[in-house]
Design a protein around this ligand. Structure first.
Ligand code: F6R
Length: 242
């Protein structure tokens, strides 16, 4: 696990974008794993800047979002389908038909989740997985005590995650209770992983991920076993490190 500490959040976006570009170089049909939330927004904006400048082209790429709320209309502005369209597909000029998000409204959620894993495998797996970390150490929506070998499946969001994400909704009660998330086993199969985190609010989770034992209490600690993971953080998020 490589750790890069940057002076501020803006630099985190630039350094993470450099890594993404480096990993994707020479791959004709790159497969991107896509996190939502606030953390990767500067990274996506920097990638979009490079696309607009003509120095990066992911228009032939494929994308797989990490997770989706269960039971939320995909047309809802805060569904991860909508967020991915707004923050990734459009600015990076990707083909919307080639960017998938777990189906949170399927009649059989587990069958749809299994099909999602199969779709990732069918394209040869994820080349670069972009990740954030929850304040409780979650990866995707794999909350503490998720199995390290888990596959895409339905999970219950913890009260802390629902409270953390209440800022995106009209009220805390409007945050969905359930989600569909790629499993930790699914995430660990990516060929490269780039996790971005900024701000003091993430400092404890970042320290547990990097310096703690690999333990299910901090799901992101599994990245210590990833063959090619880089953690790009600002000084505030690094402030809990020894
Ligand atoms: C979202 C996701 C989550 C977020 C995490 C941090 O797709 O996978 O693990 O990365 O909850 O969220 P922010 O970046 O909003 O603090």
């Amino acid at each position: 696990m490589d750790v890069v500490i940057c002076r501020d959040a803006e630099r985190v976006g630039e350094v993470a974008a450099d890594r993404v570009a480096q990993y994707l170089a020479g791959i004709p049909t790159p497969v991107l794993g896509l996190a939502t939330g606030s953390s990767p927004l500067r990274l996506y904006a920097e990638l979009a800047r490079r696309v607009a400048a003509g120095t990066l082209d992911v228009s032939h790429g494929l994308g797989f979002a990490l997770d989706e709320y269960a039971g939320l209309d995909p047309a809802h502005p805060e569904s991860y389908r909508s967020v991915i369209t707004r923050t990734v597909v459009e600015p990076l000029r990707m083909d919307p038909a080639r960017v998938r998000v777990p189906d949170g409204t399927a009649p059989d959620l587990q069958a749809a989740a299994d099909a999602y894993d199969e779709a990732i495998a069918a394209v040869g797996g994820v080349d670069v997985q972009i990740l954030g970390i929850g304040s409780n150490g979650h990866l995707g929506f794999n909350e503490p005590f998720s199995s390290f070998s888990s596959r895409t499946r339905v999970k219950t969001l913890t009260p802390q995650t629902r409270a953390d994400n209440a800022r995106f909704f009209t009220s805390p009660d409007a945050v969905p209770t359930y989600c569909v998330t790629q499993g930790l086993g699914t995430i660990m199969e990516s060929r490269a992983a780039i996790l971005v985190a900024t701000g003091e609010r993430k400092a404890a989770a970042v320290a547990a991920m990097i310096e703690g034992p690999v333990a299910a209490v901090c799901p992101a600690s599994i990245l210590q076993f990833h063959p090619r993971a880089v953690i790009v953080i600002d000084e505030a998020a690094a402030s809990g490190l020894a």
